[in-house]
Design a protein around this ligand. Structure first.
Ligand SMILES: C[S@@+](CC[C@H](N)C(=O)[O-])C[C@H]1O[C@@H](n2cnc3c(N)ncnc32)[C@H](O)[C@@H]1O
Length: 281
């Protein structure tokens, strides 16, 4: 692709959910570069820093699970940071992710006692199994699915919990998604990074579609040597609190709560995330 194609191939209407709306976590080269982003302790982007994850795991263990040994399914588990630490506290964990480099890493560093198992799979289509005490999805990926896909995921999760089991989804607040969509365009240059191992320039454009309640980001990556262009997109669906609650109820959950994340006292206006908590009857 050349820069001029950005003008010629611009769609009149954006089709957010046509399969090209998601950054390609599952593409092997991309997944390898993304693993570097998960592992670095320089920022909190792909995964949080390990010291923060330690605090989250302690909260899940004591506040969510009451320190009782439990069976846990982590949807979009990345390199297995949460599962590995939860297993060290006595839980049995299953992680699913479609990033091959992340799953390779998770398997390589899994405890030898078999307390963590990992599957390379797409959580939209993968069988989850059953009898889980807790199913969790951490760090906002939930909003990167279309409404239909998100409904499928929570419906499958409901069926895979034991009666009394809990669902924990860390999702973006409506305002955060809107803010991402309204963020002005920007650019950076890098000798290597998430989008390329070679020197490149990355142009970022964000759009907020008020009607669809979608934030769409486009990353145009220009190879500094050849001027070849690659385009990536990421889309986030915004939901109000009522919409989150009604989706979970439609999936079969009766007790639904939208709580501040990670045991904070109150949900503040600038909080990026909200914790969707629900129980299976
Ligand atoms: C923001 S990262 C969070 C990783 C992990 N939960 C954490 O907090 O460290 C989102 C993860 O979701 C995974 N993911 C995205 N879409 C997926 C899908 N359709 N099926 C399985 N995994 C998916 C990505 O590969 C990535 O590892």
């Amino acid at each position: 692709m050349k820069l001029i194609d950005l003008f010629e191939k611009r769609p009149k209407r954006r089709k957010y959910w046509d399969g090209k709306y998601k950054i390609p976590w599952d593409e092997p080269g991309f997944s390898k570069r993304m693993l570097r982003e998960h592992l670095t302790q320089d920022h909190n982007r792909a995964s949080r820093r390990l010291e923060i994850i330690d605090q989250h795991v302690e909260w899940i263990h004591s506040e969510v699970l009451g320190s009782k040994p439990s069976r846990i399914l982590d949807l979009g588990c990345g390199p297995g940071f949460y599962t590995r630490k939860l297993a060290a506290l006595g839980h049995k964990c299953v992680g699913v992710d479609f990033g091959p480099a992340s799953i390779d890493y998770a398997v390589r560093y899994a405890p030898r006692d078999g307390s963590c198992t990992y599957t390379l799979g797409d959580i939209r289509t993968e069988e989850y199994g059953d009898g889980f005490d807790l199913i969790m999805m951490i760090f906002g990926e939930f909003n990167a699915f279309s409404k239909n896909e998100a409904e499928t995921i929570v419906t499958k999760a409901h069926a895979s919990l034991r009666p009394g089991g809990q669902l924990l989804v860390e999702a973006h607040t409506f305002e955060t998604v809107r803010r991402i969509g309204m963020t002005p365009g920007s650019w950076y240059r890098a000798s290597a990074g998430l989008f390329s191992d070679k020197p490149h320039i990355c142009l970022i454009e964000n759009v907020w579609d008020e009607k669809a309640r979608v934030a769409a980001s486009e990353f145009v990556v220009i190879d500094a040597t050849t001027s070849e262009v690659e385009r990536y997109r990421n889309t986030l669906q915004a939901y109000t609190s009522d919409e989150y609650a009604s989706m979970l109820k439609s999936a079969g959950f009766s007790q639904v709560e939208l709580a501040p994340v990670w045991g904070k006292d109150e949900l503040g206006p600038n909080d990026e995330f909200v914790m969707l908590r629900a129980n299976r009857d």
